[in-house]
Ligand binder design. Structure first.
Ligand code: HEC
Length: 269
């Protein structure tokens, strides 16, 4: 049993304008606060809330304009708010609120954000098929680490790669090759964590060669916009030094480089 509504409330409850307002508020509360509480659901994204509210609004407008009489009654409070002297305060309030909301939305859209959009960039963009390294052109497709051909010299190359790493890569990529070097926290994106199965473990050595040689500046459009601090090592290391540091990275982490039989693109995920 429900208690009868007081007469003033009943007048509101029977009025199409306030019915419409109530339905919109209810729909909003439902989708923003109630739906996320349901088992297995998460917060509803803003774009979905907007879509849902527009659908509800269209439904409400169809309902209130369904008969001429209801449409006239629906418009009464809006007309009154716009013209009646006794509603001056409400009118000013609504005008201020509308102006403020439009202003805030416009501000929100033009305001620059500091964070790069995380999901738009490709972490392992497709590499070029060919690069020029210090004026010499190198075909990346199908290329393996040439140092691996000399099995008996591998220990020498590894020792050299280790030196190259500790002299050049340590401050960013870290003592443990985990991307946590002393300077790492200053960079966004963070230096790559070679221990993680998402970096060199996924890549062919020729892809890694390209990334080391050309660094952040060599990333193609899909790899931007992001301000990678990864230097362009072509300017400081020889071809052999780069191949040897790559040997060291795989040897030290225990990952096996991706091979060309398995990878057509050389590492694009
Ligand atoms: C100034 C800091 C800095 C130094 C020094 C540095 N790196 Fe990086 N490196 C980065 C950052 C930041 C990234 C992540 C962004 C990117 O991929 O460009 C990265 C990414 C990489 C990647 C790409 C990994 C992947 O999954 O795509 C490789 C390979 C790499 N570095 C190797 C090296 C090697 C080898 C050296 C030393 C010769 C080195 N880096 C020195 C900052 C640095």
């Amino acid at each position: 049993m429900s208690a009868p509504l007081p007469p003033a409330l009943r007048r509101y409850a029977g009025h199409p304008f306030w019915q419409a307002v109530a339905i919109l508020v209810l729909a909003y509360v439902l989708v923003v606060w109630v739906v996320p509480l349901l088992p297995g659901s998460a917060i509803v994204p803003k774009s979905v809330v907007l879509q849902y509210m527009v659908t509800v609004l269209v439904g409400v407008l169809i309902y209130v304009s369904d008969s001429e009489a209801r449409w006239t009654r629906f418009k009464e409070p809006i007309n009154a708010m716009l013209v009646e002297p006794r509603l001056r305060v409400v009118r000013s309030g609504v005008l201020t609120a509308v102006t403020a909301v439009v202003g805030l939305v416009a501000y929100g859209q033009v305001k620059t954000t500091v964070a790069a959009p995380p999901n738009l960039r490709s972490i392992h963009p497709a590499p070029p098929t060919e690069i020029t390294f210090r004026g010499k052109s190198i075909t990346l497709t199908g290329l393996e680490n040439p140092l691996r051909q000399h099995a008996d010299s591998l220990p020498t190359y590894l020792a050299e790669g280790k030196q190259v790493y500790y002299r050049n890569c340590l401050p960013c990529h870290g003592d443990h090759l985990d991307g946590l070097g002393h300077y790492a926290s200053g960079f966004n994106p963070l230096p790559a964590n070679f221990q993680d199965n998402g970096t060199i473990a996924q890549l062919t050595e020729s892809f890694v060669f390209w990334r080391v040689a050309k660094g952040g500046p060599g990333l193609p459009r899909e790899g931007t916009p992001w301000n990678s601090a990864m230097p362009k090592w072509e300017d400081f290391l020889t071809e052999r030094e780069i191949w040897s540091v790559i040997l060291f990275l795989y040897d030290q982490t225990g990952w096996k480089p991706r091979t060309w039989e398995k990878a057509e693109s050389g590492g694009a995920k």
